[in-house]
Design a binder for this molecule. Structure first.
Ligand code: NAD
Length: 350
């Protein structure tokens, strides 16, 4: 089996952000606007240099194009990555300076929370730009913390995939959850309610132990979780959960989780296929968060989010069936489906 090369395609626009006085140093990468404004969160993280931040932004922006296209959203893909200053800094000043850069793009880029940014940061951006989501919602309207929607989409994807690949309901299955933060904890709550058994790992004792207390989850070390006896492995921590060695150690027959970029490299998808381990591509399962963000930006209601998140599981079932029919990895098939959606919009625009 031959893997596809990494997908990186040229972005539509890259905007270098630098304002020494405000402590702003980063980049906005708009990867695609074929389906609508480029949308993707703002990551605020310590990077050794600008090149590292830029590389991350390129990869993440491209991933957003695929995720938004496959979720059927009227949005392209983009991402902002800001380097966290090493010393003291004025957070208000920094995020207002970033917000002015977002506003200057006139709606070509829509931002929201990502790793390292908060609702309060989005509120600072909103004081200078309209092109931001992830703000506290008005009653009945879409908005607020997207994590519960992400967890719902992942849970329903897992249920559909377990039915297809394992021929089983979730009740009685064992799920190994790597990372019990905002999404992982809510996923565990749903799994426990569905009668699944849980094994969890998280470097934060407070986060993992509350799950053991409430849902009777077994706790293992972070280095063990990928290889424990389980039916399903759910990566819900950071990216790169599965590399070549990790796939070799997996005992689970299905991988489905919330983390972005779960596969350390594209050929890992082929290794999973070779070992007959079903894989739900990360960006298909975890689209609930961007669906909520998108609805908020477009001024839609919570019921619209409910409908679109409800469409994730049937999409997963279709994707797995198509991949099985064609003897290919669901990761490759999902990429092709997203590329078809983007190319279709480009043809209509031309
Ligand atoms: P979070 O920061 O709340 O939780 C991540 C958890 O992973 C933390 O508790 C952390 O301690 C733990 N962790 C870190 N390294 C670990 C390791 N080696 N082993 C086990 N646990 C580890 O983040 P989140 O919002 O729950 O998001 C989880 C993942 O899902 C991230 O990859 C994120 O990019 C992705 N995601 C989140 C959303 C969302 O709506 N929040 C949407 C799409 C994708």
């Amino acid at each position: 089996m031959v893997s596809r090369p990494t997908r990186l395609t040229p972005p539509v626009e890259c905007v270098r952000l630098y304002d020494a006085e405000a402590g702003l140093d980063g980049v906005i990468v708009i990867h695609s606007t074929a389906l609508g404004p480029g949308a993707g969160g703002c990551r605020f993280w310590s990077y050794p240099d600008f090149d590292a931040a830029f590389a991350d932004a390129m990869r993440l922006a491209e991933g957003m194009s695929y995720k938004n296209a496959l979720a059927g959203l009227p949005l392209g893909g983009a991402k902002a990555v800001l380097r966290r200053p090493a010393g003291e800094f004025d957070r208000t000043k920094l995020f207002r300076a970033f917000g002015r850069a977002v506003e200057a793009l006139g709606g070509l880029y829509v931002t929201a929370e990502d790793v390292g940014t908060t609702v309060a940061d989005m509120q600072e951006i909103a004081s200078v730009s309209r092109h931001v989501a992830g703000l506290p919602p008005a009653k009945g309207r879409a908005g607020g913390d997207p994590s519960p929607w992400t967890a719902k989409g992942v849970f329903e994807s897992m249920r559909a995939a377990a039915g297809f690949a394992l021929g089983s309901e979730l009740a009685g299955l064992t799920v190994a959850v790597q990372g019990t933060g905002n999404v992982g904890a809510e996923l565990c709550r749903r799994l426990a309610a569905a009668g699944a058994r849980l094994v969890v790992a998280d470097p934060s004792p407070a986060r993992r132990d509350r799950l053991s207390a409430v849902h009777g989850a077994a706790v293992v070390g972070v280095d063990e979780i990928a290889g424990v006896e389980a039916d399903i492995f759910a990566p819900c921590a950071l990216g790169g959960a599965l590399d070549r060695d990790g796939v070799g150690r997996l005992k689970a027959r299905l991988v489905c989780g919330a983390a972005n970029n779960q596969l350390a490299s594209p050929e890992v998808a082929d290794l999973l296929l070779d070992r007959d381990i079903a894989y739900v591509p990360d960006y298909v399962a975890n689209a609930g968060g961007i669906i909520s963000v998108s609805a908020e930006y477009l001024g839609e209601d919570e019921s619209d989010v409910e409908v679109r998140v409800g469409a994730i599981a049937p999409r997963v079932a279709d994707l797995l069936a198509r991949a099985a029919r064609e003897g290919r990895s669901p990761a490759v098939v999902a990429d092709e489906m997203a590329e078809e959606a983007i190319a279709g919009a480009q043809r209509v625009a031309a």
